[in-house]
Design a protein around this ligand. Structure first.
Ligand code: RP5
Length: 301
């Protein structure tokens, strides 16, 4: 009976995690004044009828000139066809980790997690999945005098720390992840983004860049995949959404990654080793990804 309850509770939690919430925040994006059409929880799935649904159409003006962005396929009928659920000739991956996604009657991809209250791409460059990679770099919190692992008195478990950046756009703490460039391997994105955002490699000269890249290369040898799929990101819309691959790089003995000099760079305005607990407030679905690292390492939560 008790077991059955626990199972059904975790099932409920898993189901609740599927219903995006940050992708339905009432006002869309940073500094924007675009209101999302309100979508109640039970009307999120496309399979549930919602005849009153009239989402605002929104595309950030900067997408018109952005080299990384797709063409406006809704208003420009002469635009080249995009290979949804496949890979474009330029090696742009439009396959979702969530499986095959549908297209609406205008040929726009439909968010696999349902309605968001905004139609169009919002401020995301790609129609459909926008692929990212998130390096979760961890170490044990240690007593500065003795070097012993710090154990939380309530849970009796050692406290894990991860490298967290403060995002310049929304001023929220986050994993130092970023977009996978066209044709780039996820493993390369993980190293590049960590180097740029947590070590500030963008400001180094050529020799400094190469030295930092070599350091990260050596330290990022043994990653453990924690998650692949949809991210509940506040930039998501009905037709464009974030997906990621989150990988844990752990320094068990505290003498490798743990010793890196952190410097915020690129889009980050702060960086630190953050103690992990369930009370952390993090950007998008990052709380959920960090929890997976805790489970893997048997740490305090
Ligand atoms: C999140 O946005 C991903 O999990 C990743 O951390 C991040 C990538 O976007 P940018 O940081 O490049 O804006 O959805």
């Amino acid at each position: 009976m008790y077991k059955a309850f626990v199972r059904s509770l975790s099932d409920l939690q898993a189901m609740a995690a599927q219903v995006h919430t940050k992708a339905r925040t009432p006002v869309y994006g940073k500094g924007q004044t675009v209101n999302r059409f309100p979508v109640p929880d039970d009307k999120v799935p496309w399979s549930v009828a919602f005849p009153e649904y009239k989402p605002t159409y929104f595309e950030d003006a900067k997408l018109k000139k952005a080299s990384y962005a797709d063409p406006d396929i809704l208003n420009n009928k002469a635009a080249p066809a995009l290979k949804f659920n496949g890979t474009d000739a330029g090696e742009l991956n439009r396959v979702s980790h969530e499986g095959r996604y549908s297209l609406d009657p205008d040929g726009l991809p439909l968010n696999p997690r349902g309605r968001t209250g905004i139609r169009g791409r919002g401020c995301l460059g790609r129609w459909g999945p926008n692929h990212a990679a998130d390096p979760i770099v961890t170490r044990w919190k240690r007593d500065p005098k003795t070097g012993a692992k710090v154990v939380d008195p309530a849970s009796g478990r050692p406290v894990l720390q991860f490298v967290s950046i403060l995002r310049g756009d929304v001023k929220e703490w986050a994993i130092p992840g970023g977009m996978v460039d066209c044709g780039e391997e996820v493993s390369a994105t993980l190293k590049r983004e960590f180097g740029e955002e947590a070590l500030d490699s963008t400001m180094a000269d050529a020799a400094g860049k190469a030295a930092l890249a070599a350091k990260v290369e050596a330290a990022f040898n043994h990653g453990v995949d924690l998650y692949k799929g949809y991210v509940d990101d506040p930039r998501n819309t009905d037709n464009a959404w974030m997906e990621t691959v989150a990988v844990n790089f752990h320094d068990e003995d505290g003498d490798g990654l743990a010793m890196f000099q952190l410097h915020a760079g690129d889009d980050a305005i702060g960086v630190c080793w953050k103690d992990i607990s369930r009370d952390l407030k993090l950007y998008a679905s990052h709380h959920q990804f960090v929890e997976k690292a805790v489970q893997l390492r048997g740490a305090h939560w």
